[in-house]
Design a protein around this ligand. Structure first.
Ligand code: MTE
Length: 319
Protein backbone atom coordinates (compact mmCIF):
# COMPACT_ATOMS: atom_id res chain seq x y z
CA UNK A 1 0.00 0.00 0.00
CA UNK A 2 1.37 3.41 -0.94
CA UNK A 3 1.55 5.62 2.13
CA UNK A 4 1.62 9.28 1.22
CA UNK A 5 3.65 11.94 2.97
CA UNK A 6 2.59 15.56 3.02
CA UNK A 7 5.83 16.67 1.35
CA UNK A 8 3.98 17.29 -1.90
CA UNK A 9 1.38 19.47 -0.25
CA UNK A 10 1.87 23.24 -0.17
CA UNK A 11 1.26 25.14 3.11
CA UNK A 12 -1.35 27.34 1.45
CA UNK A 13 -3.35 24.20 0.66
CA UNK A 14 -3.54 22.94 4.18
CA UNK A 15 -4.58 25.76 6.43
CA UNK A 16 -7.71 27.83 6.68
CA UNK A 17 -7.25 31.40 5.57
CA UNK A 18 -7.09 32.86 9.08
CA UNK A 19 -4.67 30.23 10.30
CA UNK A 20 -2.67 30.65 7.17
CA UNK A 21 -2.35 34.38 7.66
CA UNK A 22 -1.37 33.90 11.33
CA UNK A 23 1.13 31.23 10.49
CA UNK A 24 2.60 32.80 7.39
CA UNK A 25 5.45 34.47 9.20
CA UNK A 26 6.49 31.19 10.79
CA UNK A 27 6.14 29.14 7.62
CA UNK A 28 8.23 31.68 5.77
CA UNK A 29 10.91 31.30 8.41
CA UNK A 30 10.64 27.54 8.09
CA UNK A 31 10.98 27.65 4.36
CA UNK A 32 13.95 29.96 4.69
CA UNK A 33 15.52 27.58 7.17
CA UNK A 34 15.35 24.48 5.05
CA UNK A 35 12.46 24.46 2.61
CA UNK A 36 9.64 22.00 2.25
CA UNK A 37 6.64 21.64 4.49
CA UNK A 38 7.80 22.56 7.95
CA UNK A 39 5.23 23.13 10.61
CA UNK A 40 6.27 24.36 14.02
CA UNK A 41 5.95 21.63 16.64
CA UNK A 42 4.02 24.23 18.60
CA UNK A 43 1.50 24.88 15.86
CA UNK A 44 0.93 21.55 14.24
CA UNK A 45 -1.17 18.68 15.53
CA UNK A 46 1.05 16.18 17.29
CA UNK A 47 -0.66 13.03 18.51
CA UNK A 48 0.97 11.23 21.41
CA UNK A 49 0.23 7.51 21.50
CA UNK A 50 -0.27 6.88 25.21
CA UNK A 51 -3.81 6.80 26.61
CA UNK A 52 -4.74 10.03 28.44
CA UNK A 53 -1.67 11.85 27.06
CA UNK A 54 -2.03 15.65 27.00
CA UNK A 55 -2.34 17.39 23.66
CA UNK A 56 -0.27 20.56 23.36
CA UNK A 57 -0.90 23.96 21.86
CA UNK A 58 -4.65 23.88 21.55
CA UNK A 59 -6.23 27.18 20.63
CA UNK A 60 -9.73 28.10 21.80
CA UNK A 61 -12.37 28.47 19.11
CA UNK A 62 -15.00 31.20 18.71
CA UNK A 63 -17.40 28.39 17.81
CA UNK A 64 -17.36 27.03 21.37
CA UNK A 65 -20.45 27.25 23.54
CA UNK A 66 -20.08 28.77 27.01
CA UNK A 67 -22.31 26.09 28.53
CA UNK A 68 -20.68 24.01 31.25
CA UNK A 69 -19.03 20.91 29.80
CA UNK A 70 -20.24 17.49 30.91
CA UNK A 71 -17.79 15.73 33.22
CA UNK A 72 -14.95 13.68 31.75
CA UNK A 73 -16.37 10.73 33.65
CA UNK A 74 -19.78 10.96 31.95
CA UNK A 75 -18.31 11.67 28.50
CA UNK A 76 -16.15 8.57 28.70
CA UNK A 77 -18.45 6.09 30.43
CA UNK A 78 -21.83 6.75 28.77
CA UNK A 79 -21.18 5.96 25.13
CA UNK A 80 -22.58 4.55 21.93
CA UNK A 81 -19.95 2.55 20.07
CA UNK A 82 -21.50 -0.70 18.87
CA UNK A 83 -18.12 -2.08 17.83
CA UNK A 84 -17.53 -2.49 21.56
CA UNK A 85 -21.02 -3.52 22.64
CA UNK A 86 -24.52 -2.09 22.57
CA UNK A 87 -24.82 -1.04 26.23
CA UNK A 88 -23.90 2.51 27.24
CA UNK A 89 -21.23 1.26 29.62
CA UNK A 90 -19.86 -1.43 27.28
CA UNK A 91 -17.49 0.76 25.22
CA UNK A 92 -15.40 2.05 28.11
CA UNK A 93 -14.91 -1.47 29.46
CA UNK A 94 -14.54 -3.35 26.18
CA UNK A 95 -12.37 -0.76 24.41
CA UNK A 96 -9.83 -0.57 27.23
CA UNK A 97 -7.28 -2.77 25.44
CA UNK A 98 -7.93 -1.44 21.95
CA UNK A 99 -4.62 -0.29 20.47
CA UNK A 100 -5.23 2.38 17.84
CA UNK A 101 -1.60 2.78 16.75
CA UNK A 102 -0.30 2.68 14.08
CA UNK A 103 -3.32 4.04 12.22
CA UNK A 104 -3.73 4.44 8.47
CA UNK A 105 -6.38 6.54 6.78
CA UNK A 106 -7.32 5.87 3.17
CA UNK A 107 -8.61 8.68 0.98
CA UNK A 108 -10.46 7.51 -2.13
CA UNK A 109 -12.81 8.71 -4.84
CA UNK A 110 -13.15 12.02 -6.63
CA UNK A 111 -10.16 13.97 -5.30
CA UNK A 112 -6.71 14.83 -6.58
CA UNK A 113 -4.88 13.70 -3.45
CA UNK A 114 -5.99 10.16 -2.76
CA UNK A 115 -4.03 7.32 -1.16
CA UNK A 116 -3.17 5.96 2.24
CA UNK A 117 -1.76 8.24 4.92
CA UNK A 118 -0.23 7.54 8.31
CA UNK A 119 -2.55 9.38 10.71
CA UNK A 120 0.32 11.44 12.13
CA UNK A 121 1.16 12.74 8.65
CA UNK A 122 -2.49 13.32 7.91
CA UNK A 123 -3.11 15.62 10.89
CA UNK A 124 0.33 17.13 11.38
CA UNK A 125 -0.13 20.15 9.11
CA UNK A 126 -3.08 21.54 11.07
CA UNK A 127 -3.36 23.47 14.31
CA UNK A 128 -5.44 21.90 17.07
CA UNK A 129 -8.53 23.73 18.28
CA UNK A 130 -10.77 23.22 21.26
CA UNK A 131 -14.42 23.12 20.22
CA UNK A 132 -16.86 22.94 23.11
CA UNK A 133 -20.01 21.70 21.42
CA UNK A 134 -23.50 20.79 22.52
CA UNK A 135 -24.05 17.21 21.35
CA UNK A 136 -27.54 15.70 20.94
CA UNK A 137 -28.05 11.97 20.62
CA UNK A 138 -31.03 10.64 18.66
CA UNK A 139 -32.01 8.84 21.88
CA UNK A 140 -33.02 12.20 23.42
CA UNK A 141 -30.05 12.79 25.69
CA UNK A 142 -27.36 15.40 25.34
CA UNK A 143 -23.94 16.41 26.58
CA UNK A 144 -21.56 19.35 26.22
CA UNK A 145 -18.19 18.03 25.05
CA UNK A 146 -14.87 19.90 24.85
CA UNK A 147 -13.51 18.27 21.70
CA UNK A 148 -10.03 18.87 20.38
CA UNK A 149 -9.83 18.71 16.63
CA UNK A 150 -9.11 20.17 13.24
CA UNK A 151 -11.61 21.68 10.81
CA UNK A 152 -12.63 19.08 8.24
CA UNK A 153 -12.80 21.90 5.65
CA UNK A 154 -9.05 22.47 5.94
CA UNK A 155 -8.38 18.78 5.37
CA UNK A 156 -10.75 18.65 2.39
CA UNK A 157 -9.08 21.68 0.80
CA UNK A 158 -5.77 19.84 1.03
CA UNK A 159 -7.22 16.72 -0.58
CA UNK A 160 -8.61 18.74 -3.49
CA UNK A 161 -11.90 17.06 -4.35
CA UNK A 162 -12.91 17.35 -8.01
CA UNK A 163 -16.17 18.91 -9.20
CA UNK A 164 -17.70 15.41 -9.17
CA UNK A 165 -17.39 15.19 -5.38
CA UNK A 166 -20.89 15.91 -4.05
CA UNK A 167 -20.65 13.86 -0.86
CA UNK A 168 -18.03 12.62 1.59
CA UNK A 169 -18.39 9.05 2.88
CA UNK A 170 -16.66 7.83 6.03
CA UNK A 171 -15.88 4.28 7.14
CA UNK A 172 -14.85 2.87 10.53
CA UNK A 173 -12.20 0.19 11.02
CA UNK A 174 -13.57 -3.31 10.41
CA UNK A 175 -11.58 -5.71 12.56
CA UNK A 176 -13.67 -8.11 14.68
CA UNK A 177 -10.51 -9.31 16.46
CA UNK A 178 -9.90 -5.84 17.86
CA UNK A 179 -13.52 -4.69 17.96
CA UNK A 180 -15.43 -7.52 19.64
CA UNK A 181 -18.87 -6.00 19.00
CA UNK A 182 -18.33 -6.66 15.29
CA UNK A 183 -18.53 -10.40 15.96
CA UNK A 184 -22.29 -9.91 16.20
CA UNK A 185 -24.23 -8.61 13.21
CA UNK A 186 -26.10 -5.88 15.08
CA UNK A 187 -25.14 -3.60 12.18
CA UNK A 188 -23.85 -4.30 8.68
CA UNK A 189 -20.15 -3.64 9.41
CA UNK A 190 -18.15 -1.54 8.92
CA UNK A 191 -20.00 1.44 10.40
CA UNK A 192 -20.54 4.02 7.65
CA UNK A 193 -21.57 7.65 7.59
CA UNK A 194 -21.74 10.47 5.09
CA UNK A 195 -22.18 14.21 4.63
CA UNK A 196 -22.89 16.44 1.67
CA UNK A 197 -19.77 18.25 0.59
CA UNK A 198 -21.30 21.52 1.85
CA UNK A 199 -21.88 19.99 5.30
CA UNK A 200 -18.38 18.58 5.34
CA UNK A 201 -16.93 21.99 4.40
CA UNK A 202 -18.95 23.86 7.04
CA UNK A 203 -16.66 25.50 9.61
CA UNK A 204 -18.45 23.76 12.51
CA UNK A 205 -17.55 20.29 11.21
CA UNK A 206 -14.37 18.87 12.69
CA UNK A 207 -12.30 15.74 12.80
CA UNK A 208 -11.70 15.28 16.53
CA UNK A 209 -8.57 13.72 18.00
CA UNK A 210 -9.12 14.53 21.66
CA UNK A 211 -11.41 15.36 24.56
CA UNK A 212 -10.61 17.66 27.50
CA UNK A 213 -7.08 18.43 26.20
CA UNK A 214 -6.20 14.73 26.05
CA UNK A 215 -5.90 12.23 23.20
CA UNK A 216 -9.18 10.68 22.14
CA UNK A 217 -10.27 7.95 24.56
CA UNK A 218 -10.83 4.62 22.79
CA UNK A 219 -14.51 4.57 23.72
CA UNK A 220 -15.04 8.00 22.13
CA UNK A 221 -13.52 6.99 18.79
CA UNK A 222 -9.73 6.87 19.00
CA UNK A 223 -7.72 7.94 17.27
CA UNK A 224 -9.89 10.14 15.01
CA UNK A 225 -13.64 10.67 14.63
CA UNK A 226 -16.12 13.03 13.03
CA UNK A 227 -18.04 15.67 15.02
CA UNK A 228 -21.02 17.48 13.43
CA UNK A 229 -22.75 19.33 16.27
CA UNK A 230 -26.04 20.21 14.51
CA UNK A 231 -26.77 16.56 13.70
CA UNK A 232 -27.81 13.62 15.84
CA UNK A 233 -24.80 11.96 17.43
CA UNK A 234 -24.85 8.90 15.18
CA UNK A 235 -23.41 11.04 12.35
CA UNK A 236 -20.22 11.38 14.43
CA UNK A 237 -18.54 8.25 13.12
CA UNK A 238 -15.70 6.97 15.29
CA UNK A 239 -12.30 5.42 14.55
CA UNK A 240 -12.30 6.46 10.90
CA UNK A 241 -10.10 4.54 8.44
CA UNK A 242 -11.69 5.62 5.16
CA UNK A 243 -12.76 8.88 3.56
CA UNK A 244 -14.27 8.71 0.07
CA UNK A 245 -15.43 11.57 -2.15
CA UNK A 246 -18.51 10.41 -4.04
CA UNK A 247 -20.88 11.70 -6.68
CA UNK A 248 -23.88 9.81 -5.25
CA UNK A 249 -25.34 9.99 -1.74
CA UNK A 250 -23.43 7.32 0.23
CA UNK A 251 -25.13 4.56 2.21
CA UNK A 252 -25.01 5.04 5.96
CA UNK A 253 -25.19 2.40 8.69
CA UNK A 254 -28.27 3.52 10.57
CA UNK A 255 -30.18 4.34 7.41
CA UNK A 256 -29.39 0.85 6.07
CA UNK A 257 -30.43 -0.69 9.36
CA UNK A 258 -33.74 1.20 9.87
CA UNK A 259 -34.49 3.53 6.94
CA UNK A 260 -37.80 4.77 8.35
CA UNK A 261 -36.15 5.83 11.59
CA UNK A 262 -32.81 7.26 10.46
CA UNK A 263 -32.41 9.42 7.38
CA UNK A 264 -29.29 10.59 5.63
CA UNK A 265 -29.54 14.17 6.91
CA UNK A 266 -30.14 13.42 10.60
CA UNK A 267 -30.34 17.10 11.50
CA UNK A 268 -31.47 17.68 15.07
CA UNK A 269 -35.09 18.69 14.58
CA UNK A 270 -37.49 18.88 17.54
CA UNK A 271 -40.41 19.12 15.08
CA UNK A 272 -39.82 15.70 13.53
CA UNK A 273 -40.41 12.90 16.00
CA UNK A 274 -38.54 9.66 15.81
CA UNK A 275 -41.21 7.06 14.86
CA UNK A 276 -40.94 5.60 18.36
CA UNK A 277 -40.42 8.69 20.54
CA UNK A 278 -40.58 12.49 20.64
CA UNK A 279 -37.55 14.59 19.79
CA UNK A 280 -38.95 17.74 21.42
CA UNK A 281 -36.95 17.49 24.65
CA UNK A 282 -33.68 16.06 25.85
CA UNK A 283 -32.06 14.87 29.07
CA UNK A 284 -28.73 16.53 29.76
CA UNK A 285 -26.40 13.80 31.04
CA UNK A 286 -24.97 14.71 34.43
CA UNK A 287 -27.82 17.00 35.42
CA UNK A 288 -29.22 14.47 37.90
CA UNK A 289 -31.93 11.88 37.59
CA UNK A 290 -34.71 14.25 38.61
CA UNK A 291 -33.68 17.24 36.52
CA UNK A 292 -36.35 18.26 34.05
CA UNK A 293 -35.76 17.63 30.39
CA UNK A 294 -34.81 20.70 28.43
CA UNK A 295 -36.30 21.67 25.07
CA UNK A 296 -34.34 20.51 22.04
CA UNK A 297 -33.41 23.35 19.73
CA UNK A 298 -33.60 23.31 15.94
CA UNK A 299 -30.24 22.17 14.54
CA UNK A 300 -29.23 21.62 18.18
CA UNK A 301 -28.95 25.40 18.68
CA UNK A 302 -26.71 25.92 15.65
CA UNK A 303 -29.49 27.15 13.32
CA UNK A 304 -27.93 30.56 12.81
CA UNK A 305 -24.79 28.95 11.42
CA UNK A 306 -26.23 26.06 9.42
CA UNK A 307 -29.88 26.68 8.44
CA UNK A 308 -28.80 28.19 5.11
CA UNK A 309 -27.34 24.82 4.08
CA UNK A 310 -30.89 23.43 3.88
CA UNK A 311 -32.78 26.28 2.23
CA UNK A 312 -35.43 24.85 -0.05
CA UNK A 313 -35.10 21.34 1.38
CA UNK A 314 -38.17 19.79 3.02
CA UNK A 315 -36.75 18.82 6.42
CA UNK A 316 -39.73 16.58 7.23
CA UNK A 317 -39.14 14.40 4.19
CA UNK A 318 -35.35 14.75 4.43
CA UNK A 319 -34.98 13.65 8.05
N1 MTE B 1 -19.31 5.35 15.39
C1 MTE B 1 -19.11 4.03 15.27
N2 MTE B 1 -18.09 3.59 14.52
N3 MTE B 1 -19.92 3.13 15.88
C2 MTE B 1 -20.99 3.53 16.62
O1 MTE B 1 -21.72 2.66 17.16
N4 MTE B 1 -22.30 5.41 17.50
C3 MTE B 1 -22.75 6.75 17.14
C4 MTE B 1 -21.59 7.74 17.03
N5 MTE B 1 -20.50 7.16 16.30
C5 MTE B 1 -21.23 4.92 16.77
C6 MTE B 1 -20.32 5.81 16.15
C7 MTE B 1 -23.74 7.26 18.08
S1 MTE B 1 -25.29 6.55 18.00
C8 MTE B 1 -23.49 8.30 18.94
S2 MTE B 1 -24.73 8.99 19.88
C9 MTE B 1 -22.13 8.84 19.08
O2 MTE B 1 -21.17 8.10 18.34
C10 MTE B 1 -21.73 8.81 20.56
O3 MTE B 1 -20.47 9.40 20.72
P1 MTE B 1 -19.81 9.45 22.19
O4 MTE B 1 -19.92 8.05 22.75
O5 MTE B 1 -18.40 9.89 21.99
O6 MTE B 1 -20.60 10.44 22.99
Amino acid sequence: MLIRKPADIRPSEITSKSNYVNRRSFIKAGLAAGGGLIASPGLSAVLPREPRAKLDDISPSPFSTDETPTSYEDITTYNNFYEFGTGKDDPHRNARDFEPWPWTLEVEGHADKTGAFHLEDFVKPYALEERIYRMRCVEAWSMVIPWVGIPLADVIKTLQPTSKAKYVAFRTLHDPKRMPGQRRRVLDWPYREGLTIAEAMHPLTILAVGVYDEVMPNQNGAPIRLVVPWKYGFKGIKSIVGIRFTERMPRTSWNMSAPHEYGFYANVNPNVDHPRWSQARERRIGSGLFASRQPTLMFNGYAEQVASLYEGLDLVRNY
